[in-house]
Write a protein that binds this ligand. Structure first.
Ligand code: ADP
Length: 578
């Protein structure tokens, strides 16, 4: 008996009888074959969540189950692709703002026409199991896409041959007859298993001074980035996607404006990865669900992004996932729950929102992958959160804070003062500081931990003094205190501040970050010494020093020695200028 639609409410529909299907199976609905997912059963009645516009769909339309859940097809060709939330590639890159996938379209996730050159690494007679590397494909110049034995598959290799293949042609088979392929399928809601989880104790260098110096993130770590409208969440996510030291970046644009996603595409294509000399898009997968696409597809898009990230992690790569924004994901959950008439929890979110959110964050981590040869990879997760009205006490921000390993809190007042990134250093934190400091120091300067501690304490002292100054007026303060105000203002502007739109400033290598911190503190020490010796603050060449400092900030990033030399020159200027 064919199943038919019995009820339609927005993007939800009921259908019966759907007895043989399973929860989360994909379905096709109506004459256009709209894509949907079974999200609830009650008796023979299934509730369907449709990923597409249901305009024109009628009661009585036929429903067929595909017998499979929302599945990603993972294989060569993912890098550089732009997918919608259910994994269909968006064709015309320039037109992301338009809704240009025809409803019911079944564009395959991977390019099925493209031929890849496969080099076999195992041979007939070898015994293989889940996660073992069968061989590789050079997906992009210098990027080895490792072809892994899928989960649940093992046996003795009957045949496996180097050669050129499409993702639809078998590359070999096992003795039991099972075919081997370049691509594999994975249900996106299920975390991909690993051999062993590892501590997140290596830094992911972001190229953003305030993060690397004050609130560092570890590979495999998780950070929540809450901020009200216009506080710079999107710019933070973009800067990380562009400059963070990851092998692969997955950017999930969840419910953001179409024109923003078009901008991302444009930007990423133009940007050159300094390590490879090639477009940054070549290491990037974009998953986009702009606000003009169906709400429910957003809920799936985050899982799709994570499944892709885990797949590259399993090859042994360091993957960074940016989600902008997780609030849109949670709102999608809320919408669906409301239509299902589930009991609402806090602010209308379903009661399981926090646990689902926790489960999402848990898919991040560093791990040893299944199979041989041994590979270590990581999925680092940075999620923007958009609390309505910038109020961090709302449920999605709170749920994020409970599970994330760090908080980069964006502050509306700082954004209004055009202090960008508008990170509130008083409330932000990172639980990875101790674990990653040795590696950051090794990559920059042995003083790294001292610089960090001293910058933070200067900022702290500055906050106290500014409070006093607001009561007394700065003129009434001692010179040594005024010096703190002057130097802290300089550090806020040029060390913590970073202009995403300035070619030299947008990305700061650790050595430049360290040089700026060191110069600021050295200038402070020198001036403070003079004040103690009886000098007058107004007689010190503070303005000249600030100029030298701003110049160093604007300078193109240089090799190790150079910023340090500039530091020494600036200090000499400070000394000489008395
Ligand atoms: P949100 O996503 O939080 O709404 P955006 O990321 O779109 O905010 O940022 C809003 C605006 O703030 C940007 O258009 C830009 O003008 C400014 N901005 C944010 N971060 C920076 C930065 N690092 N450098 C320069 N300008 C910035």
């Amino acid at each position: 008996m064919t199943a038919t639609v019995t009820r339609i409410t927005g993007s939800l529909a009921e259908a019966e009888p759907l007895r043989d299907a399973a929860l989360y199976d994909l379905v096709r609905v109506g004459p256009r074959g709209l894509l949907g997912e079974i999200i609830r059963f009650s008796g023979p009645t299934a509730t369907l969540q449709l990923f597409e516009d249901t305009t024109g769909l009628e009661v009585g339309a036929e429903v067929t189950s595909t017998g499979a859940s929302l599945i990603a097809r993972l294989g060569p060709g993912l890098l550089g692709s732009v997918l919608d939330g259910v994994g269909r590639p968006l064709a015309g890159l320039a037109e992301v703002s338009g809704d240009f996938i025809a409803a019911g379209a079944t564009a395959p996730m991977l390019d099925v026409a493209r031929r890849w050159t496969f080099r076999a690494r195992v041979h007939a007679g070898d015994v293989v199991g889940p996660g073992d590397v069968l061989g590789d494909v050079e997906e992009r110049p210098g990027f080895e896409h490792r072809i892994l034995v899928p989960h649940g598959v093992s046996g003795t290799v009957e045949s496996l041959a180097s050669g050129t293949y499409t993702v639809d042609e078998p590359i070999g088979r096992l003795r039991d007859g099972a075919a081997l392929w370049l691509a594999q399928r994975w249900p996106i809601r299920t975390p991909r298993p690993v051999a062993r989880r590892l501590a997140a104790d290596r830094p992911l260098v972001t190229g953003q001074r305030i993060f690397d110096l004050l609130f560092p993130i570890a590979e495999g770590g998780t950070i929540a980035v809450p901020g009200g409208f216009g506080t710079g969440k999107t710019i933070v996510e973009h800067s990380l996607a562009k400059y963070a030291d990851a092998d692969v970046v997955v950017f999930v644009g969840c419910g953001e404006r179409g024109n923003e996603m078009a901008e991302v595409l444009h930007d990423f294509q133009a940007l050159i990865d300094p390590r490879t000399g090639r477009s940054i898009m070549e290491r990037t997968v974009l998953v986009v669900n702009t606000s003009n696409m169906p709400v429910v597809a957003r809920e799936a898009s985050v899982y799709l992004g994570l499944a892709i990230a885990e797949y590259f992690r399993d090859m042994g790569y360091r993957v960074a996932v940016m989600v902008d924004s997780l609030s849109r994901w949670a709102e999608a959950l809320r919408d669906i729950a409301a239509r299902l008439q589930e009991m609402p929890g806090e602010e209308g979110y379903p009661t399981y929102m926090a646990s689902r959110l926790g489960a999402l964050y848990e898919r991040a981590g560093r791990a040893i992958a299944l199979g041989a040869p041994e590979r270590t990879g990581a999925v680092t997760l940075v999620c923007a959160v958009s609390p309505p009205g910038g109020d961090f006490s709302e449920p999605v921000t709170q749920a994020s804070l409970r599970v994330a390993g760090g908080l980069w809190a964006l502050d509306a007042q700082l954004a209004r003062a055009r202090q960008f990134p508008a990170v509130d250093w008083a409330t932000s934190y990172s639980l990875y500081v101790d674990a990653v400091t040795p590696a950051l120091a090794a990559a920059s300067t042995p003083e790294w931990a001292t610089l960090r501690r001293r910058v933070l304490s200067l900022l702290q002292r500055d906050a106290e003094l500014r409070e006093i100054a607001s009561l007394l007026g700065a003129d009434e303060m001692a010179d040594r205190d005024r010096l703190v105000l002057v130097i802290a203002a300089m550090l806020r502007e040029h060390l913590l501040g970073q202009n995403a739109f300035d070619r030299n400033d947008a990305m700061s290598p650790l050595t430049k970050t360290a040089a700026l911190a060191r110069l600021g503190l050295a200038g402070y020490d020198e001036a403070d010494k003079r004040l103690v010796a009886g000098a007058d603050l107004d007689d010190l060449p503070v303005a000249a020093f600030r100029r030298a400092y701003a110049e160093l900030r604007r300078a193109a990033a240089t090799e190790d020695g150079e910023p340090m030399a500039a530091v020494d020159r600036a200090i000499a200027a400070l000394r000489g200028g008395s």
